[in-house]
Design a protein around this ligand. Sequence first.
Ligand code: HSE
Length: 399
Amino acid sequence: MNIAILGFGTVGSGVYDIVANGDRRMRVTAIFIRPTHPATMPEMTTDFDAILADPSIDVVVEAIGGLHPAYDYILRALRHGKHVVTANKAVVARYLPEFITTAEQHHVRFYFEATTGGGIPWIRNLERAARIDQVDTIEGIFNGTSNYILDQMQRAHLDFDPVLLAAKDMGYAEADPSADIDGDDIVNKLKISAALAYNMVPPRDVPKFGIRHVSKADIDFFAKHHQVLRLIGKSKRIGDHYSMVVEPRLYPATALAANTFENFNLIRLHGQTIGDLQFYGQGAGKYPTANAIVQDLFDILEKVTHLKRDFKQTLQFDPDLSVADYLLRADPLTFAMFNDKQTEVIDHRLLIKQIPVGEMHRLMRGVLAIDAHAFMAAIGDSELVARDVKQQLDQEVIG
Ligand code: HSE
């Protein structure tokens, strides 16, 4: 099987290395690079049309990232009868149904394991669960960079900025790391997961709040109360309604999420017959991500088919489906916005109890208009382990 790799950055070069040292049935015969990139290997070319026109190339691995021109390259490769494998979360979250339909029309495969959870075999296991169960919950740590930052801030007592630089050096962060720290990367991974789990087109806008404004004082405050901060994504389905959210959340120091360190991800699904399933592994990095791509290449080579979805299920998106408690650190002037809620002030922070998640995110926009550096973290919701956190916080903080 002959492979063309588009892009020779962290992920593309990782795929090259694994294929070059692996199964002899696969060969990288073309590497598409930008004209500004030095052509240091004989496989390198700046001519994408030549790759499309080459009948010996069976598969295109898209490792450029971003929406454009990746969208165009993927569609053109599929239309030219080439299988496509990608790690590109942004483009898959936006165009998955179109890519699947185009692949079917041209009798080729479109596989995207590496988009979500890095090296964790998450997509294939979510698909396996969805063959039998109606998956009703998807939840967890979906971003290696933000987890690395929060972990290093807590365990190594480092500041945000140098840790972010280290995450970039290690190949965890996106070219523009805003997507990692503001939650957009998790939104994309959650959209892909929910689209597969619920067989529907995800909403354009998902409530999200990232970790850009988290301070060492926040982390120290949480640690003092045996709480660990993680940036998580969650989607829940009840009947024909579902919610999705990306936000910082506190876990008790003994929870699995709190003990998910460095660039690791921890992702959970729940289905009726399987119950809870959790997946843990490196969620970012050159070889874990490349490994997931090469697993998809093996599936193509060995004609392993993936779950068939038409994304036609109609479900109602309801950001207020879940309620949670939140800890807010902000200018006290903003606390009046929560006058109609049950609240308590703890060490100059506001604990807001049992507020619908969507409402909290809407109110937070008003808080940020007054205090641009405000920070919030969910403490729990009605069904999660995080309920223990609230009890713990009640005992330790409230007294
Ligand atoms: N920047 C992403 C992360 C890469 O840190 O999780 C893997 O998707």
